[in-house]
Design a binder for this molecule. Structure first.
Ligand SMILES: Nc1ncnc2c1ncn2[C@@H]1O[C@H](COP(=O)(O)OP(=O)(O)OP(=O)(O)O)[C@@H](O)[C@H]1O
Length: 210
């Protein structure tokens, strides 16, 4: 009887598959029957008017919003692979920039040097300042510093370019492209386009009322 050979560990196929995804909120259809597949190393930009459902879509994809129809399938368990930055910076005002980063590292298990990450987002010299005394853009940069810690295979970023200046936009733009080149799948909402080869998913054609 022939012996069964072990499967070779090459992982293929899209990391994320979305089929017939529809979502209604407040009696309004946000999107209807969305379908797309996203693979390692791709950057996906999600666009749409205010209220079109961009945040809702990202929250569905990462499992934070459960009221939808259709299928969202990740090739591998999402939790250990995911770096999710939500709409708000999510920093603790009473903690310094460094303490905030260490705190999120303790929760996520994400390795890396917090000072190097803060330096990379332009917060050198602000490591010990309580976040409550920083500007909106600087708070956003504390959250973004996680992108310079140990890399994760999936980044889901809700409006990461909000509140940061031109220099911050350039740094972030380069970082997203660098991560994708190294194999990270990046999904983000913004009107800012990161390079010409970015895939774009536009929300807003669902037809309004269900
Ligand atoms: N907490 C909530 N409870 C009930 N309905 C909500 C809630 N948050 C959002 N919605 C509804 O979902 C719709 C889509 O909101 P969502 O935040 O996903 O849009 P968005 O495209 O990210 O908007 P923006 O560009 O303004 O951030 C809103 O118009 C609103 O009607």
């Amino acid at each position: 009887m022939p012996r069964r050979l072990p499967e070779v560990g090459i992982i293929t196929g899209p990391r994320l598959t979305v089929r017939r995804l529809s979502c209604e909120r407040d009696d309004r259809m946000l999107f209807r029957e969305l379908a797309f597949s996203a693979s390692d190393g791709e950057i996906w930009q999600i666009t749409g008017a205010n209220g079109a459902g961009k945040t809702t879509l990202l929250r569905i994809l990462v499992g934070l919003h459960g009221f939808f129809e259709g299928e969202v399938r990740w090739r591998e368990p999402l939790a250990p692979s995911l770096l999710y930055l939500g709409h708000q910076p999510g920093v603790r005002e009473e903690l310094s920039a460094r303490e905030n980063l260490r705190y999120s590292q303790a929760l996520s298990g994400q390795a890396g040097d917090p000072d190097a990450a803060l330096d990379a987002v332009g917060l050198y010299g602000f490591e010990d300042v309580p976040a409550g005394r920083l500007s909106a853009g600087q708070k956003r940069r504390i959250a973004l510093a996680r992108l310079w810690l140990a890399p994760k295979p999936v980044w889901v970023l809700d409006e990461p370019f909000t509140a940061i200046d031109q220099d911050g936009v350039a740094r972030l733009d380069a970082r997203l492209r660098q991560a994708a080149a190294a194999g990270t799948l990046v999904l983000y909402t913004s009107h800012h386009r990161v390079g010409d080869d970015v895939r774009r998913l536009h929300l807003g054609d669902a037809g309004g009322a269900p």
